[in-house]
Design a protein around this ligand. Structure first.
Ligand code: ATP
Ligand code: LTN
Length: 336
């Protein structure tokens, strides 16, 4: 069976950016790729590349798992798991680090951005983060990896590493392809529409969290930055605020930007903002209800246990195959 793999860091509460750039896409891809099995995980090993409060991290891991499910993924074709519970991810990270070059990691723009923001020093794991990510993908022979626009460069590195290893050690890995949504791949901050809406951002006015109540959603959208032109038109260069709101509406409704623009061409900014807020509230209502059902139930742990076991079987086998090709250890039959 073919595989699709992706992960999200439990680095803070989930926001509309992660939802539209990643999770909503997973849900529609499950319908589009009906033959594929999905391995989706909570990337807690990635989260600790920058400082985290352990208690908050554990809570965010649980919350993220519940939200993934609440967004409507079909459980029969999904293995949902916590990355650190599948030890092969850590193992693979080390093996692949031996083949990734400093030069290629130094080019990663996410590293440069994140390194600048660290106040208490930059961990070496932040630098090698893309290698851990490559391992996450290659362990499962993923054919496709749905991600937002900011992960493109990491996917390119993954493809390079897979090709390099295949050339050197014989066919080992499927070379994965990114799947980046046409609309919603980069949702911007509401107050700073030239900056990505990000989980680890501290300015809450930039963000809509998936669990925000309707009054907060309405308040945030109404105070979103716009411009003085007064026409609802898509022009990210000159009208980043309005263009971001158009993108949010289009992505929620699965419409093209052109059709969305046509719908609001002669609408005032105030009415347009109201329509965007109403759409977000309507869309999030069933997700929030399902989340609250799941978060306190034992179903969630059952699903995560099953996901961990499914993932471990495949991932352990792949890590053992690689270890063998690398000449590590003794040449004994791999244990099951
Ligand atoms: P952090 O701020 O801690 O780096 P993040 O908000 O960037 O986190 P991730 O866990 O790194 O979120 O991202 C999970 C997925 O969501 C990735 O595929 C990423 O590309 C996508 N994503 C994150 N933010 C956005 C956004 N603003 N617009 C579209 N997609 C996004
Ligand atoms: N690095 C990604 C999260 C992530 C991921 C992955 C996505 C970790 N491992 C594997 C796809 C496949 C991020 O920062 N958004």
């Amino acid at each position: 069976m073919k595989h699709i793999v992706s992960g999200i860091k439990p680095s803070g509460d989930l926001n509309l950016g992660t939802y539209l750039g990643a999770i909503k896409n997973f849900v529609s891809l499950q319908e589009r790729f009906s033959e594929h099995h999905f391995f989706l995980f909570i990337a807690d090993l990635h989260a600790i590349t920058v400082a985290q409060d352990p208690q908050k991290l554990r809570q965010a891991t649980k919350n993220l798992a519940a939200l993934y499910l609440a967004c409507g993924l079909q459980e029969e074709r999904l293995s949902l798991f916590v990355q650190s519970e599948v030890a092969a991810h850590t193992q693979m990270n080390y093996y692949l680090q031996c083949f990734a070059y400093m030069g290629e990691l130094e080019r990663m723009t996410q590293f440069k951005d994140k390194a600048q923001k660290q106040e208490t020093g930059v961990s070496s794991a932040l630098f090698t983060y893309p290698v851990l990510m490559a391992g996450d993908i290659l362990l499962y022979d993923a054919e496709y990896v749905p991600v937002g626009d900011d992960q493109k460069q990491h996917l390119e590195l993954t493809r390079d590493l897979a090709t390099r290893m295949n050339n050197r050690f014989g066919e080992l890995f499927v070379v994965p392809k990114p799947l980046i949504p046409k609309v919603g791949a980069r949702i911007m901050g509401l107050q700073n529409p030239t900056k990505k809406m990000s989980k680890s951002d501290t300015n809450v006015k930039d963000i809509i969290y998936l669990l925000d109540p309707p009054n907060i959603i309405e308040k945030r959208i109404k105070s979103a930055v716009t411009d003085s032109e007064g026409t609802v038109r898509f022009d990210p260069q000159n009208k980043p605020g309005i263009s971001n709101l158009l993108t949010i509406y289009a992505a929620l409704e699965s419409l093209s930007i052109e059709d969305t623009q046509a719908r609001f061409e002669s609408t005032s900014y105030a009415d347009f903002k109201q329509a965007v807020a109403d759409k977000i509230i309507e869309h999030l209502k069933p997700i929030q209800a399902r989340y609250h059902e799941l978060i306190g139930s034992s179903t969630l742990d059952d699903i995560l246990n099953r996901g961990r076991d499914d993932a471990s079987k495949i991932a352990n086998k792949k890590a053992q195959t690689l270890a063998k090709r690398l000449g590590l250890g003794r040449n004994i039959k791999p244990s099951r």
